[in-house]
Design a protein around this ligand. Structure first.
Ligand code: NDP
Length: 334
């Protein structure tokens, strides 16, 4: 089956000297890569990595020009494989989308069939992108904490970068699953929103830092979802309770990690690496089902949702890089 479309709008990022220029352009279906499944995109979302794709120093894009957008939800319009039928509602996150091939900030996308996840019952296309890559990453983080034995009765779970995308979904899932959640944020103004998202306590970014002079500090956290990295992650390792785990998924505070082996060999703590980009397909299917049912938090997340059109993206991408976004930003594409 093929689709008859003359051209369609897309946000294109192009190199302009030392910078990247963003603008809406008209593309044709033949501008998309030659893969099996063509999707009419309904929604995409804004993740920190999309911000990085919009600047040269971000180093996530292999070659410009590119349509950014590391996730999308929409309806299949054409497919070269019986495994994915036209008319099916689907979502895609990660892989090469929006970094080395055209992504979700366009009315159409074409992807390999094995990137495509059927939209689970219980989620709308908008809900899928209200969660998006951030939501899947948050679900993966909570799943890995649980796999490593972190249970609600063991004590508080710290979520850092709590007002951001991954942080806000992680808090909402943890609260729904019965955990006590401590949110750490740099945004004074976000405290009420964070409580509404599921935080039982809200603290400043500085309140979770240790001075680094001792390899082990007070046992505070039964677990943590860390989106910040750097000094924040080093501090969490020193403050984890005996047998606790931290899911390390981000680096908004920096990529360095200053650590000793003591938390690992004296407290048996776990540093869990989280990668959503190449997460195996069976894990994706399981976690998207969970996000649609026992961990369904979209009503709660919708309280801190912003919906934008393609033309608002240059400004929104700049603000996510400045750490100014609260909650999730959904992009209405069609
Ligand atoms: P957001 O920008 O939505 O959230 C990040 C939050 O981090 C901000 O809202 C802010 O929260 C905090 N923050 C920002 N700058 C700083 C800073 N300099 N120091 C300390 N805290 C800061 O981004 P996302 O939620 O989309 O992504 C979060 C991180 O997770 C990113 O590093 C991203 O690359 C990574 N990521 C990794 C994935 C993986 O597969 N491993 C997948 C998705 C994201 P506050 O103001 O509340 O403190």
């Amino acid at each position: 089956m093929t689709e008859q479309v003359e051209h369609f709008p897309a946000l294109v990022a192009e190199e302009a000297g030392d910078t990247v220029r963003l603008g809406i352009q008209e593309l044709r279906l033949q501008d998309l890569p030659a893969h099996e499944v063509t999707i009419r995109v309904a929604y995409s979302s804004v993740n920190y990595k999309d911000g990085l794709a919009s600047i040269k120093e971000g180093r996530v894009v292999r070659a410009y020009p590119i349509v950014p957008g590391i996730d999308l939800a929409g309806t299949v319009t054409a497919s070269d494989t019986p495994a994915v039928k036209p008319g099916t509602k689907v979502l895609v996150t990660g892989y090469e989308l929006g970094v080395s091939q055209h992504g979700g900030y366009a009315a159409y996308a074409r992807v390999p069939a094995d990137w495509v996840i059927p939209l689970p019952d219980g989620l709308s296309l908008r809900d899928a992108m209200l969660l998006g890559t951030a939501g899947f990453t948050a679900a993966l983080s909570v799943h890995r904490l649980q796999e490593n034995g972190v249970r609600p009765e063991q004590g508080p779970i710290l979520v850092t970068g709590a007002s951001g995308g991954v942080g806000s979904v992680a808090m909402a899932i943890l609260a729904k699953a019965g955990y006590q959640v401590v949110a750490s944020t740099g945004k004074e103004a976000a405290h009420d929103v964070l409580r509404a998202l599921g935080a039982t306590e809200v603290v400043s970014r500085e309140a979770v830092l240790t001075d680094g002079s001792k390899p082990l500090e007070r046992q505070r956290w039964a677990g943590a979802v860390d989106t910040v990295g750097g000094r924040t992650l080093s501090s969490i390792l020193r403050n984890l309770r005996y047998g606790g785990s931290v899911a390390a998924c981000g680096l908004t505070g920096g990529p360095q990690l200053d650590a000793t082996v003591f938390p690992f060999i004296l407290r048996g703590v776990n540093l869990l690496g989280i990668d959503s980009v190449y997460a195996p397909r069976d894990v994706r299917l399981t976690l998207w089902e969970r996000l649609a049912k026992p961990w369904k938090v979209t009503d709660r997340l919708a309280r801190a949702m912003t919906v934008v059109d393609l033309d608002a993206l240059p400004e929104v991408l700049a603000s996510i890089l400045r750490g100014e976004v609260t909650g999730r930003v959904v992009v209405r594409v069609a």
